[in-house]
Design a protein around this ligand. Structure first.
Ligand code: ADP
Length: 244
C-alpha cells in the first residue's frame, strides 16, 4: 500500500529525514517508534503531503510522488486524498457538533450528497462508540471522546490509509484505553494503518511491523517480537530501556 524510497527532508539547515525507505503492506499496522526529534512525525506528514519531501519517492496505492521535480498542486492533492490523519490533539471545530465535525470534509471538500454523508457520519460515530454524542459540542466531550470524533472524521473521508500521529499522548491516562480500543478494532477490520506512538504495549499487541527511527534514519525494523523484545541495535535497546 505504501512505498517510500530514499526520502529526504530538511527544514533549513536541519536535515530531518536522511534517506528513509519504508514499505507498508496492505491491511497491516506499522508502528513508528523512536526518540523525540527523530523524524517520525515528519515522515508521517510526508506520506500525505502535509510536508513536501526534498528528494526520494512516496507512493500510496496507485498515487506516486516523484521528487526529482517539483510536484504540482494536483499531484499533492491526489496524495493527500489517499489518507486520513489523526493528530495528537483532536483539532475539532469548536463551534460545530460532533456530527458536523465528521460531515464537514465529505460535504465541503469532497462535495458529496448531504443525505448520504449524514447517514455515513452517523454510522461512523456509532462505530467509535459515540452514537449518543452526535449533537454534543467538543467542549462537552472528554479528550478521549474528542479523539474518537477525530478518528470518525478521518474515516469519513473514505481514505485508503490511516495515519495516526501520537493519537493518545495528549490524553488523560484514563481515556487512553478507549482510543486504543477503537484503533484495535480498525486494525482488526483490515485497515492499513501507520501509527506514531510511545504505547509499546499497543505496538506489541496490534502492530504487524515496528520501525525504530533515530536521527532521521530507520535504525531497525521488523516484527514486534523481534524489535521490541529482542532488538539487534544498541540504540534501539537504549531507547526501549528509557521508555519502558
Ligand atoms: P518526532 O516526530 O520523531 O519527534 P519530528 O518529525 O516532529 O520528530 O521532528 C524532527 C525534527 O524536525 C525536530 O528537530 C523538529 O524540531 C524539526 N521540525 C519538525 N517540523 C518542523 C518545521 N515545520 N520547521 C522546522 N523544524 C521542524
Amino acid at each position: 500500500m505504501v512505498e517510500v524510497r530514499g526520502l529526504e527532508k530538511s527544514f533549513g539547515e536541519l536535515h530531518v529525514l536522511r534517506g528513509i525507505d519504508l514499505t507498508v503492506d496492505r491491511g497491516s499496522v506499522t508502528v513508528l517508534i523512536g526518540p523525540s526529534g527523530s523524524g517520525k512525525t515528519t515522515l508521517l506528514r510526508c506520506l500525505n503531503s502535509l510536508e513536501i519531501p526534498d528528494a526520494g519517492t512516496v507512493r500510496v496505492d496507485d498515487v506516486e510522488l516523484d521528487l526529482t521535480r517539483r510536484p504540482t498542486r494536483a499531484e499533492l492533492r491526489r496524495l493527500r486524498a489517499t489518507s486520513g490523519m489523526v493528530f495528537q490533539s483532536h483539532q475539532l471545530f469548536p463551534h460545530r457538533t460532533a456530527l458536523q465535525n465528521v460531515t464537514e470534509g465529505p460535504l465541503f471538500a469532497q462535495r458529496r450528497p448531504a443525505g448520504e454523508v449524514v447517514l455515513e457520519a452517523t454510522a461512523l460515530l456509532a462505530k467509535v462508540g459515540l452514537a449518543d454524542k452526535a449533537d454534543a459540542y467538543p467542549h462537552e466531550l472528554s479528550g478521549g471522546q474528542q479523539q474518537r470524533v477525530g478518528i470518525a472524521r478521518a474515516l469519513a473521508l473514505r481514505p485508503r490509509l490511516l495515519l495516526f500521529d501520537e493519537p493518545t499522548s495528549a490524553l488523560d491516562p484514563e481515556t487512553v484505553g478507549e482510543v486504543l480500543a477503537v484503533m484495535r478494532d480498525l486494525a482488526a477490520e483490515g485497515w492499513t494503518m501507520v501509527v506514531v506512538t510511545h504505547e509499546i504495549r499497543f505496538a506489541r499487541q496490534v502492530a504487524d511491523h515496528v520501525v525504530f527511527m533515530d536521527g532521521g534514519v530507520v535504525v531497525e525494523e521488523g516484527q514486534p517480537d523481534d524489535v521490541l523484545a529482542d532488538p539487534r541495535h544498541e540504540r534501539t535497546r537504549r531507547f526501549l530501556q528509557r521508555i519502558l
